[in-house]
Design a protein around this ligand. Sequence first.
Ligand SMILES: [Zn+2]
Length: 416
Amino acid sequence: MRVTAAFSRLLRLEGVSVRGVVFEPGRVVVHVALRRRRLVCPLCAFSTPHRHDVRPVDSVWRHLDLGTWRLQVRAGLRRLVCPTHGVRVEGVPFARAGSDFTRDFEHLVAWLATRTDKTTITRMVRIHWRTVGRIIQRVCAQELDPNRLDGLFEIGIDEVSWRKGHRYLTLVADHRRRQIVWGAEGASAATADEFYEQLGPERCAQITAVSMDMGPGYAKSTRANAPQAVICIDSFHVAKLGGDALDEVRREYWNELRTLGDQDAAKRFKDARWALLKRPENLTDKQAVTLRALEAAGGKVARAYMLKEALRGIFAPGLCVDDVGVLLTRFCSRASRSRMPSFLRLARTIRKHRDGILAAVRLGITNARAEALNNKVRLITRRAYGFHSANAAIALVMLTCGPITLQPPHELHLHP
Ligand SMILES: [Zn+2]
């Protein structure tokens, strides 16, 4: 077998013939030529037999590594005039428009990005993290199911931070399919308006329930765009407020200890933070001991802890909406009598959103699975810190939690 024939089989690039192979330090350069004679626009389906000029455009793509060698594909391309897109370099079947990488390479990077951390990817594939961001945006744009906004009935709208300094994304989840179906930068009523606008009046009218946090923005937009939908408050957002209220009491108490000059006690108490905030079943032995000591000592921190746990217990699976209603009333009166400002505020917030909280329980749309998706999204967006654009962060969320099935390149090709 000749070298060119061998490389033709190795590379499995669609629609090209291998013309030559050159070994350079650290990389193999494979020169290829397109087999088709017609020129195709890289951005649409337009094709023509006529080239714009005779000057060839040297183009280079990185392909999957060959052992430890980087592999570079080179071709001299022609230019065409597309009636829609003007003068363009012709498209190739093995790479996306505007990319310096082959499709196989991009698929590998996208697949890795959903499964492993930044350092592993950039070191193994030898590209910058921002390049990963650009690649996954291209893969996402092409692989995302275009019908994903059809048939939405019960949805969740939530904000998630994608970068330090209060940079947020708004993400929309389809509760039935348990997927993220839409995302955009920002976390205001205007961002939710963008979503409803894209959905259009017909699909908006189909929505029966929208779950969200207790902020005013998403509710305002939902009432305006899908007035028939029941607004539900995600129970994990409510439970989280219990943790926040407890943390405020803990910090206050810690500051009192420090002001009193009891540095040792203050230090010990600071370490107790995780013992207080974690679920009791997830505590380490040492944290469990700390917690028991705090409970035994009594005082406001212990009372705050009991309130936080009581609130969390209300949303345990299996309780019917009537039970939850009674327990919420009882919780609010206990919290109001607690003489702790953060719990007084919490009781007011819960009373204000009582209908929405109970609606979520009645419809059963915010269950453990919705929380699991929420947690997965938070894990993924933490990995997206370091991307330069919100769109790269959204692409990562979509690739991981959206209607896309990614496969590594060898699963895309059927070996003869
Ligand atoms: Zn075109």
